[in-house]
Design a protein around this ligand. Structure first.
Ligand SMILES: [Fe+2]
Length: 386
């Protein structure tokens, strides 16, 4: 008898102004002092203040750790945990895109389980539920606020650790589009492509199920209709709200179905060069889809249908190519760079490919590559001068 276990945060709230619901939820677990985990940029532009105003309004104390950087490292997690202890905090509020929320998850797990982040590199390695975590998303999105995964860079190995742990699930996940209005177009573009990659990888992942299929396809449809609009006009609240839903569903889809080769390769670019996660995914997505096409052309044809193509008369291969071309066009329209525009160096391709084979996303990919095949996909992306 086979069965499927599904994961999601305890509470999820979505919609403009929903950050006002945070204090009510803090009272349900009796939180006394929060550690807010965020980054300098969000502090500077006033995004963090939107949350501290809500906490100040009801007299809830907090300390702020704002030293999270993109592709956060083990030492950043340790610094945040040290502040949590020094300030006598008993719950965590992560405010940001993937990086601050990932660090907040690490702090929550370390608070109740002890040890170091490296101890949780892998699948379900903690014993106890994290300290209560409120995950406030400011991008759309990494999906980190709804997933049981957090990614931390091992600065010594220059590699990314993917910690997949249901004890790290948020107590409360918040997606308020008013928190996202300040996102610059390039960040809107790359995080939106990350969300699209989540949905597409989940839709073809080996551990997919009817639940993840349904939300993945709807996420793809919403991204196809709204990403360009919101990159063009960041104040389009309808498009922002639709992207919130899409990233929410993409996050839930991959958290329950798994990822694939795009993320397995992109994680290595993040660890090696610090390439922003969404940019690396966006660059690699169509090349990996071409590699995977022979294993799941009918599934990729469904993706084309979700993008709005009339696929009734298309063979699975024609449909898959339509989906890939749509993504290539979308990338161009929203200003995603080519691989040759990044710090990627072809002489690193073998080590990147070797590390990608170890990534927990790889076993979910519908076609299992060899190391030379991963190298080849990197090189196809690198040599493509379109
Ligand atoms: Fe991602």
């Amino acid at each position: 008898m086979s069965y499927k276990e599904l994961y999601q945060p305890v509470h999820l709230i979505i919609g403009e102004g929903c950050i006002r619901e945070i204090p009510r939820h803090i009272d349900t677990f009796g939180g006394k002092k929060a550690l807010i985990v965020t980054d300098r940029g969000l502090l500077k532009i006033g995004t963090v203040k939107m949350i501290t105003d809500v906490l100040d309004g009801v007299g809830k104390p907090y300390a702020i750790f704002a030293d999270v950087l993109p592709n956060p490292t083990v030492s950043i997690c340790n610094d945040a945990k040290a502040l949590y202890d020094r300030e006598g905090c008993d719950y965590v509020i992560g405010i940001g895109g993937g990086s601050p929320i990932d660090v907040a998850k690490a702090v929550g797990i370390l608070a109740t389980n002890g040890g170091t982040v490296e101890d949780y590199n892998g699948l379900e390695l903690s014993t106890y539920k994290s300290a209560p975590l409120i995950a406030v998303n400011t991008t759309a999105g990494t999906g980190s606020e709804v997933t049981r995964a957090f990614v931390v860079t091992d600065e010594k190995r220059k590699s990314k650790m993917l910690c997949v742990d249901s004890n790290s699930l948020a107590y409360l996940a918040i997606n308020d589009p008013s928190m996202m209005v300040g996102m610059p177009p390039a960040l809107t573009a790359s995080t939106g492509m990350d969300a699209l990659t989540h949905a597409i990888e989940a839709y073809v992942a080996n551990s997919r199920c009817p639940f993840t299929d349904g939300i993945a396809l709807e996420a793809i449809r919403l991204i196809g209709q709204n990403l360009e609009k919101v990159v063009e006009n960041g104040s389009d609240m309808e498009a922002r709200t639709n992207m919130c839903w899409a990233q929410y569903m993409g996050g839930l889809a991959f958290s329950n179905a798994g990822l694939g080769m795009v993320h397995a390769m992109a994680h290595q670019m993040g660890g090696f060069y610090g390439t922003p996660h969404g940019v690396a995914n966006a660059i690699l997505l169509p090349y990996v889809m071409r590699f995977n096409m022979s294993a799941c052309p009918d599934r990729y044809r469904d993706v084309a249908q979700a993008f709005g193509f009339n696929t009734g008369d298309m063979t699975p291969e024609q449909g898959a190519l339509a989906a890939i071309r749509f993504i290539e066009e979308l990338k161009k329209n929203i200003g995603i760079p080519m691989l040759s525009d990044t710090e990627f160096d072809p002489k690193d391709a073998v080590i990147l490919a070797e590390n990608a084979m170890e990534d927990t996303g790889m076993p979910e990919n519908p076609r299992q590559p060899t190391i030379p095949e991963v190298v080849q996909v990197f090189m196809e992306a690198y040599l493509d001068k379109r």
